[in-house]
Ligand binder design. Structure first.
Ligand SMILES: [Zn+2]
Length: 223
């Protein structure tokens, strides 16, 4: 589709001048000429708010009009061409990657520090915390099964949207606090058996696969 320059100029629109020659071939006097790489072609006028009319000044299509966009971060046209990150953006990404590595490392160090400081025997509050955290990770189905097993009284509570639910974590917290030390130990073992991902590995489908699907079903935290 070729539109000529004249009708544009009659409308007061002065097209930008674009050369098809490589930029290095341009002489010093080509200051008002755009070269490949200095603009992106637009399919039509108004494709983005910054499209401008341009005219080819050389080559096969000399004299033909098209529309281009020169906006660096144009939402429309910088997505069409392959995006090249600026040096600042590359530096920013490097900084972010470094920060992420440091964070992972420090997490490992924190765990290491905790591990070294753990006492020989867990205190009662620590043990309760571990048991309840374990219970929480077992997921709703197991909560219901354990609640049945322990014959906990399932008081229903209303959710904010009016439905009735059983808050198993709250019930378990009260039950755990009331347990004797030996019962708390047993509870922990029961949670472990309930949450053990290798529990179902003796089926025909093979251990690997079953372990993984069981982990997903039970929201096993350590996979
Ligand atoms: Zn644009």
């Amino acid at each position: 589709m070729q539109i000529q320059v004249k009708p544009l100029e009659e409308k007061g629109e002065k097209p930008l001048r674009v050369s098809q020659a490589p930029a290095w071939q341009a002489n010093g006097d080509a200051k008002d000429v755009l070269f490949e790489g200095q603009y992106r072609k637009a399919k039509a006028k108004g494709e983005c708010p910054n499209t401008r009319a341009a005219v080819l000044i050389d080559g096969k299509g000399a004299g033909s009009i098209f529309y281009l966009c020169q906006t660096e971060k144009c939402e429309v046209h910088n997505r069409v061409t392959r995006y090249q990150p600026t040096p600042q953006e590359q530096a920013q990404r490097k900084r972010e990657a470094l920060a992420e590595r440091v964070e992972k490392l420090s997490r490992v160090r924190i765990l290491e520090a905790i591990r070294k400081k753990l006492p020989d025997a867990l205190s009662r509050p620590d043990l309760e915390m571990v048991a309840l955290d374990y219970f929480r990770r077992l997921g709703h189905d197991n909560h219901r099964r354990l609640s049945n097993l322990y014959a906990w009284e399932e008081k229903k509570s209303k959710t904010s949207w009016g439905a009735e639910t059983v808050d198993y974590e709250k019930i378990a917290a009260a039950a755990v606090q009331a347990m004797k030390a030996a019962d708390l130990h047993r509870f922990l073992v029961v949670c472990a058996l309930r949450g053990n991902p290798s529990r179902k590995t003796r089926t025909s489908r093979g251990p690997q696969r079953d372990t993984r699907s069981t982990c997903q079903r039970q929201q096993w935290p350590f996979e």
